[in-house]
Design a protein around this ligand. Sequence first.
Ligand SMILES: *[C@@H]1O[C@H](CO)[C@@H](O)[C@H](O)[C@H]1NC(C)=O
Ligand SMILES: *[C@@H]1O[C@H](CO)[C@@H](O)[C@H](O)[C@H]1NC(C)=O
Ligand SMILES: *[C@@H]1O[C@H](CO)[C@@H](O)[C@H](O)[C@H]1NC(C)=O
Ligand SMILES: *[C@@H]1O[C@H](CO)[C@@H](O)[C@H](O)[C@H]1NC(C)=O
Ligand SMILES: *[C@@H]1O[C@H](CO)[C@@H](O)[C@H](O)[C@H]1NC(C)=O
Ligand SMILES: *[C@@H]1O[C@H](CO)[C@@H](O)[C@H](O)[C@H]1NC(C)=O
Ligand SMILES: *[C@@H]1O[C@H](CO)[C@@H](O)[C@H](O)[C@H]1NC(C)=O
Length: 630
Amino acid sequence: MLFSPFVRSGLLPAILSRGLLATAAATAASDPCAKVAGLQFADPVDAIACQKSFPFNETLRQNVLSVVSRVFDFYTFEDFYLNSPLPFHESTTNIRADIARINSTHYATDYDFNRDLWDFTTQLNDGHTRWFPNCYNSYQNLLPAPVVILDKGIFIAPDSVEFLNQLGLEFTAFFAAKKFNWQRLAGAKVLTIGGLPASVYIDNIARTVSGNYLDHNVRVNSVVSSYRIVNTDFSQRLGDLAGQLFLTQTSLKFSLIPVNSTTPEVVDVPFVSDFIGAPFTDGPSYWTNNCATNNKTNGVDLRSRISRISRSRPRLARAALMDPAGQPKTAIGLPGPFLPTLSPTNGSTGVIKSFILPGNKTGVFPLDVDAAVKQFKASGVTNLLIDVTNNGGGFVCLGLFLHLFLAGTKVGLPGFQSTSRANPLAQKIVRAGIQQGHDSSISFYAPDNWLFLNGTKMPLNFDYNDPSVPFVVNGRNDPTSQRFEDGCPAPNVEIPTTPPFDLNKIAIIGNGNCASTCATFTTVMFERHQTKIAVFGGRVKLTFAFAGMAGNQVLEWADLDTEIKTAGLKNDPLAPPDLLVNGNMRHNWRSAYSFLNEKLPIAYVSEQPRFRFPYTVETYNNPQKLWLFA
Ligand SMILES: *[C@@H]1O[C@H](CO)[C@@H](O)[C@H](O)[C@H]1NC(C)=O
Ligand SMILES: *[C@@H]1O[C@H](CO)[C@@H](O)[C@H](O)[C@H]1NC(C)=O
Ligand SMILES: *[C@@H]1O[C@H](CO)[C@@H](O)[C@H](O)[C@H]1NC(C)=O
Ligand SMILES: *[C@@H]1O[C@H](CO)[C@@H](O)[C@H](O)[C@H]1NC(C)=O
Ligand SMILES: *[C@@H]1O[C@H](CO)[C@@H](O)[C@H](O)[C@H]1NC(C)=O
Ligand SMILES: *[C@@H]1O[C@H](CO)[C@@H](O)[C@H](O)[C@H]1NC(C)=O
Ligand SMILES: *[C@@H]1O[C@H](CO)[C@@H](O)[C@H](O)[C@H]1NC(C)=O
C-alpha cells in the first residue's frame, strides 16, 4: 500500500470523533514516543521529540563520565590531542578539559548531554575512540539527496532513484505523503547547501559530523556517497551528509540546477528518520529496550567461565570501524546496473571477491586470497589491483596475513612494533594476570598474545608493562609498555617464501576511507614495498592520506571491562564502574609504530598516495569502470 489514509490531511477529522482525537492528542503530547512507536520511517521532528522526552539525570552523567574518563586513561593517543601535528591540527583539543566542561554544563535532557559527549568524541576523529549511546543511535536520519563530488562539480548522486528506491515502499510513501518529489533531484548540480557554498558545507560536515579519520580529506570522502565492498557484497554508502546517526536536522536547504534545466532553484529537502533500534510502544518501553543497560553492556569475569570455554584458542584482536545499534544503513545495495559484469574468479564464494580484467593481465581483489591467486596465475595474470574503497577493517591478523602472502615469508615479521599504555591500572592487570596464569584465551593483556621484536613468543610470565618505557608527547610523559609485535596464529594456507607476484606490479586503489586493519595493511605495503597507491575523490587542493584510523587494536567498553574483571580488579579504586546505560565507549588500546620512523605511531604519519584522481559520473558508483580506469 503506497498511501496510508491517515496521513492525508482533511481525512482525519472526518473519520475520528472529536473525543477520540483529543485523547490521541493528549497521549502523544504526554508521551512523544507513543507517536512514533511502530513506525519504520518517522518524521524527524517526532523522533527527536521522543528522544528528548527523557530528562537529564545527574546520576547517569556521573556514571557515564566516570566510565568515559577512565577509558581515556587507556587511550594511546590522548596526549597527541593537546597539539595535533600538521596536517591533523584540526583535531587539537584538551580531552580532560572537555570532560570537565561536560561534567559542569547544564543540560535540559539526557539527549543534550549525550549529544555533547557524542560531538566531543566524534570530533577526536578516531573511529576507534568514540561514545556510542544506543539510546540516541536508534534512528538514522536519511536525506533523499546524497551528494557526490565529481570531476565536473558537486551533484546530487545521479543514481539516487535506483539507489534509494531499495529502501522500499514505506520510504517512498513518506515523501509521497509530504508531496515531496525527491526523484527529480537526482543528478542536479548543487550550488549551495545550508546557505553555504556546497564545498564549504561539505567541509563543515567533515569537521563536525563525520569523525573516524584524522585526515580532513578522508573525511570529505566520508561525507559524500560512494561504492563500498564488504566481503562479497557491493554496496553504496549514503555518505554522512545524507545518513546521520544522531538525529539533529529536520530538513536541509539546497540551491541546485536540476537535470535538463538551466535555472537555479532553492529546495528544502526533508529528512526522514529510519528506525534501527529495538521495538517499543511508548516512552518507558523505549527507555527499557534502547537505553537501559543490558547483559551485554558491561564486561564479564571470564575466570568463572574457564571450565566452560576452550582455552586453546586465543581471542582475535580487532581493529575496525563501528556499526552501532541495529543495522544502520550506512550503505545500501549497489544498484544492479553498476555491479561488476565480469564473472568472479575461483575463490570468490567466501570472503574474497576477485575478478580478472579483460586481456587477462590484471587481477583485482578487494582486501582479503589463495584460490584467487591460483586462478590469476593460471590465467597468466601479472598485475594485481587491490581495491580498498570504504574498507572498515577487521581482524588485525588478516591484514598481516595478506601482507605475508603477497611479500612471502622472507619479509620477516609482517606487522609493526606496538605498545599499549602502562598506566597504573594496566600494570596491575598484567601483573594480576601473570600471577593467575591467564593466557590469550581469556585476556588481551596476557603476554602470550605478543612476540618479542626478535619474533619469539613472550612467555606467560613475562611482564612487558614493568618496567614501563617513557613516552613523551607534547610535554607529557605517559609511559607505554615495552614494545612487541602481534603474535598471529598460523594461517591455514601455505605462505609462499617469495612473492607470488612481482611486488612492483601490485597497486592499491581506494578513497582514503580505509580504516584500521585496512590502514595497517596499506601502510605496510607502502612503507616496506613502496607499493603504488591511488586515491579517488576528495577536495583537490587539500592533502589526502590514503588511509586512516591506523591504531593497532580497538577495545570496546565491554572488552576493557572484561580485562579488569578477569584480572580480579573491578574493586580497585582506579577501575571504572559498570555502565548504567546501554552504550559503548570504545578506545584505541594499542599503537602501531611506523617502520620508517619507529618513534611515531603510523596514525600520525601523513602518507600521501602517489596518484590522485577525481571520481567521474561513470566511476563513483561503478567498481568495474574504476578498475578499468586504474
Ligand atoms: C536517574 O538514574 C538513576 C540510575 O538509573 C535512577 O536510579 C534514578 O531514579 C534516576 N533519577 C530520576 C530523577 O529519574
Ligand atoms: C564531575 O564533577 C564532580 C563534582 O561536581 C566530581 O566529583 C566528579 O569526579 C567529576 N567527574 C569526572 C568524571 O570528572
Ligand atoms: C533530460 O533530457 C533528456 C533528453 O531530452 C531525456 O532523455 C532525459 O530523460 C531527461 N532527464 C530528466 C531527468 O528529465
Ligand atoms: C541476556 O538477555 C537476553 C534478553 O533479555 C536473554 O535472552 C539472555 O538469556 C541473557 N543472557 C545472559 C547470559 O544472561
Ligand atoms: C576453478 O575451480 C574449479 C572447481 O574447483 C576447477 O575445476 C578449476 O580448475 C579452477 N580453475 C582454476 C583456474 O584454478
Ligand atoms: C584468459 O584466461 C582464460 C582462462 O582463465 C582463457 O579461457 C581465456 O582465453 C584467456 N583470454 C585471453 C584474452 O587470453
Ligand atoms: C628474543 O628476545 C628475548 C627478549 O629479549 C630473549 O629473551 C630471547 O632469548 C630471544 N630469542 C631468540 C631466539 O633470540
